[in-house]
Each structure stands twice: as C-alpha cells, then as structure tokens.
Ligand binder design. Sequence first.
Ligand SMILES: Cc1ncc(C[n+]2csc(CCOP(=O)(O)OP(=O)(O)O)c2C)c(N)n1
Ligand SMILES: [Mg+2]
Length: 473
Amino acid sequence: MGRGGQWIVGWRIEGDETGPRRAAAQVGAVGPLERSSPFGRRHALRMASVGVPGPSWDPRADAILSRLSIPTTDLRDGGGSGPSDGPFQPAALGQGGAFPPMTSQQLLSVIEPDGSTNGHESGLSKDELLHCYRTMLRVRAFDDTCMKLQRSGRIGFSIPNKGIEACQVGAASALQKTDWIFPSYRDFGMALYHGITPLEMMHNMFGNAHDSARGRQMPVHFSFVKPIKFVSISSPIGTHLPQAAGAAYAMKLRGEKTACLTSFGDGGTSSLGFHSGMNFAAVWKAPVVFLCQNNGWAISCPSSEQTASESYAIKAKAYGMPGVRVDGNDLLAMRKAMLDALERARNGEGPTLIEAVTYRMGGHSTSDDPTRYVPKHEVEEWTKKDPVARFERFLATRKLWTKELGEKFYAEALEEIGAAAKQAEAAAPPPLETIFSDVYRDVPPHIRRQGEAAFELARRKGDANAGDGKFPL
Ligand SMILES: Cc1ncc(C[n+]2csc(CCOP(=O)(O)OP(=O)(O)O)c2C)c(N)n1
Ligand SMILES: [Mg+2]
C-alpha cells in the first residue's frame, strides 16, 4: 500500500477510495442523452440549405415526438439498451497485469518521488535504462539549442518539450521498430529514442535540401521513414488521429502484428479528429493506441475550459474502449501502460486511450509567453516533479546514476546537437524545382508552364536556386 493508495498488480492507484461504484458514478457524469431535441428538423433545414434533398419537415412532428415514449439511458445505473450497457468494466490487459476499474482520480504510477518503485519491473536492461535516460537529456538539449537558434534569428520556430520527456520516451520504449508513430508536434523524443539523428532533425529545423519535407513544412514538423515510421506531423490539431486509425485498420486487414501510436494534447480531445478517430478505431478494433498528453494547457486555454468531463481518460467509455490515466512524468508507468495497450492491440482486442498527466515547463512554442497566463506557483509545483530528476533518482537506487554521469551525457548531447545545427545551417536550401515535385506523378501542363516560368524568372534574377533548370520528373 502506498501513501493513501492501493497496489494492484504492480500499479499504485492514488485516490482510489470507493472502486467500481465510484467509477460507475463518474461515468454517469456524462449525463443522460437528450433524446427529445428536434434534431430531425434541424437536420432537414441544414440539408435544404446546402441544396441536398432531405426529408421535408412536417410541422406535426413536434406533437408526434412529444407523444413518443423513448427510454432514457442512464449510465449511472447501467440501464438502457445496447452492447455497452452496465458500469464501466475496463478490459483485462496482459503483461501480467490488468487495468483496474477506472475512476477519473486514479493515477497509475511505478516510480515514487524518491526514486523507489512499487515493485513493478520494467524488463529493461541496464543499457536500455540508460538509453531512456540519455534520450530524455537529448530532448532537453535539442530544446535548449533550438531556443537559442530561434532567439538569435537562425530558425523561425520551435516547440519546447521540457517536462514531458518521460511521457514521450516511456511510450516510445514500448514500441517495436515495425510500429508506426502518428505524433503531435511535441513528440520528437519518440523519434530520437528509435534512432533518428539530431542531424536529420536539424535539416527540418532549417528547412534545407536534406529535409525529408524539402522545407515545405514548419520547423519541428518532422517525418521519417527509417528506422521507425514517424509520420509527418500535422499542424491542424487532431487530423492525424483518423489517419492513425485508418493505418492501423490496414495493418489489421493485412494480418500484420504491427500497431500505431498516435499522440495528441488535451486540447486535441476537442477536435473532430478525436471523435472520428476514436470511434472508427473502436468499431473496427484497429490496433492503435491513443495517447493524450494532458499537460494542463492548450496554449493559454486551461483544462478547466477544455472539457467538462472528470478526466480525459473517461472519454474512452463513450467510444467503447478502455481508458487509463497514467502519471506522465513516470517513465516506467508510461512504458507499462503502453505495453499493455499494445498487447491488446496486437491481440486483436482494439484500441486503448491513455491519458498521461504531465506538464510542459516552458512555453507552448517560441511564439508564446506563458508568464502571461500560467500561475507562477503551478510551474514551481511541477518543477518539483521534473521527470528527468525523478528518473535519475530511480537510476540512483540501481546504482546507475551519478551527477557526473548526467553532466557528461548532457554535455555530449549539446555538442552533438550543436554540431548538427551548424551542418544543417550550412547546407543548401531546397532547389526551387522541389516546389513542384512529390505531388503529381505526371505533372499537368498548366503546372508545368508555371514551373518553367518560375525557373526562367529565377535564372534571370539570379536570386533563387533553380537547380539545374530542368523540370523535375
Ligand atoms: C484545428 C486547429 N485549431 C487550432 C490550432 C492552433 N493551435 C495550435 S497548438 C494549439 C493547442 C493545442 O493544445 P494541446 O492539444 O493541449 O497540445 P499541447 O500544445 O498542449 O501539447 C492550438 C489551439 C491548430 N493548429 N489547429
Ligand atoms: Mg496541452
């Protein structure tokens, strides 16, 4: 038993007081469905307004509807009809563990603040543990370097990750190289963990000729194919969730044992992509893990204004999948939750929603000033929960960490990343012709004419790199 908590198969549950009854009551907070609204009428009007023939509205319908007796689904009692009746019963998961009945206050963790654990063994070797640690430091060093590059005007934009390193690295450590990642813009630690080099990342930060997106994306919008599929980051929030669900479904149809991880923020749960991705994946039991990195803020919008639900994890219930709430600053808890969810996915049991409770200790981006909206005490509280320091304390209990080792790793990371930045900055920009490449197999004549005019102009003005002046393809 941990401080006021309860152990269940390797997890410590904080604030779990009343178990399943409480879970059922919280599910009830979703509220009874409003069945009596005249949606039929609005729907017909909307269809008419876009010129789609729809059912004509019968003014008597209100009266007819008011006479109909439609049973109300009260989730609190597990009443109503349909396959998802009853109090929430999360599916049992593998890896020698099971998701305990969920309540919105539960936070699953493994590493205590002092570095001791609850007895759960990660299965990671000494080298793998140190690889996790080193990757977190490389994320931090990449952040620091990019902040300086941006502030000195050498790159246009960056996205800080300080505070969420354990969340990214712990989740990534559970993936196989054959799995696919559909990341948010704050996830490059996952790429680093799997062997993407800082140089490849810096090519994107400078948008040079070696950038896999040829400078057509914003900085930190990485896309990599090897050694792991890290699918191009989408700026529009939530659009990558249906993509991940679709890709996972394709994997299933092909009979592959692979899975997708898609990651997004608390703000991402308000996007349409969240609904359609979660719904599609649950209906078709697609092997995908939805990772909501709840860092408390969507730029300056706090979670209290983002959702009326008692947690983000509890939203899983509505889609018919398990939801689990994890301490996102605890690398081993993140790994464990991901391993369980991936096992479900690979066994054909479908998707899982993981809510990782964490905190970004910097601004939203280099364009943001968090001091204008984040209370000072909040940052101070979360600084005490720094995920890197927590992992260091854990490593120290295994005699794997000293202050000198940490300083050495960080200095090496800064040097490697600094050298990568210099190299990427010195590289040539993408040739002008790449504006027209990678879109059409056969370039249509009107695009070809535009391209040739652009190349001719560049040749005459001499202020653009027109490659060798040949049209691509
Ligand atoms: C569809 C859409 N709406 C708004 C934006 C502007 N925008 C960029 S990041 C962001 C906040 C997202 O917050 P969250 O999902 O919590 O992720 P976090 O940045 O906290 O990791 C917003 C509103 C956008 N990119 N796309
Ligand atoms: Mg957020």
